[in-house]
Design a protein around this ligand. Structure first.
Ligand code: IPE
Ligand code: IPE
Ligand code: MG
Length: 224
């Protein structure tokens, strides 16, 4: 059985769910947040140490301002209301991506990271304004600036996922089979599960089924 240390999730399908059931994409984002909470709990139950959640890509800025603002408001309120609880549950929050939001949100994110930085139970990496191509180019620029040799180990040290083991498992909900500029380097040997259900309708049971299927996969890493 494979051990499972790191799960990464592309939480896709909020907008479609919202339109279908509430006639509003934003209602889908709100509903998606409930799934986030359920999945965090289930991740802890499964004793998984790292959970990386794709919440906003560098490409998502193309969306209408109203939707983008709604998403960041949702995040702001979530942090204000829930960071204490996450902290009590011994969860560490780390942001991957470039923090260039409103000064209020930037501060809130930095404070949340700082407050939870010593926590040990689960590390949640929240990918916000994250783009893998930018991350890799930036790492290469830093390697050259610091006159470091270009090799796998050095490059990993300049990625935003520095010191985080690569995901064992990637899940994308929402019935779409693509990576959308997510962790292109780090997913080199991850097992990938594409899930038909939209993120707001993804349940603990669906999650546990994927985890149990993942555990049975023969991971070769090039070997036989
Ligand atoms: C993913 O859901 C959440 C974000 C990108 C913030 P979408 O909003 O992409 O949902 P669909 O794919 O349009 O249904
Ligand atoms: C990927 O979903 C980004 C997040 C889930 C945050 P998208 O819905 O933005 O991906 P594309 O644009 O359809 O590939
Ligand atoms: Mg989408």
């Amino acid at each position: 059985m494979n051990s499972l240390n790191h799960v990464a999730i592309i939480m896709d399908g909020n907008g479609r769910w919202g339109l279908k059931y509430k006639n509003s994409r934003n209602a889908g984002h709100k509903a998606g947040l409930n799934t986030v909470e359920k999945i965090i709990k289930e991740t802890i139950k499964n004793k998984i140490k790292f959970l990386t959640l794709y919440a906003f890509s560098t490409e998502n800025w193309k969306r209408p301002k109203k939707e983008v603002n709604y998403l960041f408001n949702l995040l702001e309120n979530f942090l204000i209301n829930r960071i204490e609880e996450l902290h009590k549950k011994n969860i560490k929050l780390k942001i991957i991506g470039v923090k260039n939001f409103s000064s209020k949100l930037n501060q809130l994110l930095s404070l949340s990271e700082k407050k939870t930085s010593k926590n040990k139970k689960l590390q949640i990496n929240l990918a916000l304004n994250y783009g893998s191509k930018f991350e890799i180019i930036n790492a290469l620029k830093n390697l050259s600036k610091h006159k470091k040799k270009i090799n796998e180990i050095n490059l990993s040290q300049y990625l935003q996922t520095k010191n985080i083991p690569d995901p064992d498992l990637l899940i994308r909900t929402g019935n779409t089979k693509r990576l959308s500029n997510f962790l292109l380097w780090q997913l080199a040997y991850s097992e990938i599960f594409f899930e038909k259900k939209l993120w707001p309708e993804f349940t603990e049971k669906d999650y546990n089924k994927i985890i149990s299927d993942f555990k049975k996969v023969k991971r070769n890493f090039g070997n036989i």
